[in-house]
Design a protein around this ligand. Structure first.
Ligand code: CP
Length: 309
């Protein structure tokens, strides 16, 4: 693959190859072992048109650990504010010959459009409600490490599914790897036209969590609700917030995940988020660096092959 734009288009073998490589980087990162500088001589530009803590920081760290020259564009201070379009901005940066561009954008499809205009590798760091592929991959790596496998698991994805690119990428990945995916949330926050791979949807947390191996919580994405239904936080927490009582319906060894940023007391009880018997939220962040190292390593190999050909 030339770019990483989404989970859609990847095969189970692609996913396994990437996770196996990420696992070696995770081991190296934990042991503070310096990896081979496989991105040495390459330039990575990070363009975040939307707020980010985890994704931006981990792409930067991942690039630096592998020896890339990493540049973070301050998009708020760029000439976009003077009316330059996304495409003209991309073409301008492309003329400086970067090798890897990492893009987050509030509009679905913006990253694919950008990828069609540049001649370097593009990694989607989240576009609108469309995809967040490296998030689904880091979630998959975390699940595989904790559960010892990435198939035949029951995964409950809970909350604001309609506005979530994380849910969409995870649904595709988990379906590809033959897991049972349940979507749990208010009917008003369920997407229309769900993929056929999704077996079940429910607006009852206890039903949705029953015997789940993995419980994945999502934030209410108010910034994407554009005047539509916005539930009150108290009512939402009562019905859909994950606490110990609701989690008791899942398997006793269920893991609790959250991509962040997390709103304690809205979609998840703060104590549960910190409960190391279930919560793997910090491990997700840790795996984020390893997965992004693996993704950029694999794309750099394709780049080099294309240039040597
Ligand atoms: N999970 C995630 O994408 O977090 P950030 O928005 O902080 O990057």
């Amino acid at each position: 693959h030339r770019h990483l734009l989404g989970i859609e288009g990847l095969s189970p073998a692609d996913i396994t190859t990437l996770l196996d490589l990420a696992e070696t980087y995770a081991t190296a990162n934990r042991g503070s072992t310096a990896p081979e500088p496989v991105l040495k001589g390459l330039t990575q530009i990070n363009m975040f048109f939307e707020a980010s803590t985890r994704t931006q920081a981990s792409f930067e760290l991942a690039g630096k650990r592998l020896g890339a020259d990493v540049m973070n564009m301050a998009m708020q201070a760029s000439s976009l504010s003077k009316g330059e379009t996304l495409i003209d901005t991309a073409l301008t940066l492309n003329a400086m010959h970067p090798d890897l561009i990492v893009v987050r954008h509030p509009q679905s499809g913006a990253v694919n459009l950008l990828a069609s205009k540049v001649n370097c590798a593009v990694l989607n760091a989240g576009d609108g409600r469309h995809e967040h592929p490296t998030q689904a991959l880091l979630d998959a790596l975390t699940i595989r490490r904790r559960k010892g496998r990435l198939h035949r698991l029951t995964v409950a994805i809970c909350g604001d599914i309609a506005h979530s690119r994380v849910a969409r990428s995870n649904m595709i990945l988990l379906g590809l790897m033959e897991n049972r995916v349940r979507l749990v949330g208010p009917k008003t926050l369920m997407p229309s036209g769900l993929d056929q791979m999704v077996a079940e949807t429910t607006d009852d947390m206890r039903e949705g969590l029953k015997d789940a191996d993995v419980v994945m919580m999502l934030r209410l994405q108010r910034e994407r609700m554009d005047g539509g239904f916005i539930p009150s936080e108290r009512e939402y927490y009562h019905r859909f917030g994950l606490d110990a009582e609701k989690l008791a319906y899942a398997r006793p060894d269920a893991i609790v995940m959250h991509p962040g940023p997390m709103n304690r007391g809205v979609e998840i009880d703060g104590l549960l988020a910190d409960d190391i018997n279930h919560s793997v939220i910090q491990e997700q962040v840790e795996m984020g660096v390893a997965v992004r190292m693996a993704a950029m390593d694999l794309l750099a190999r394709t780049l080099r092959e294309a240039r040597d050909a």
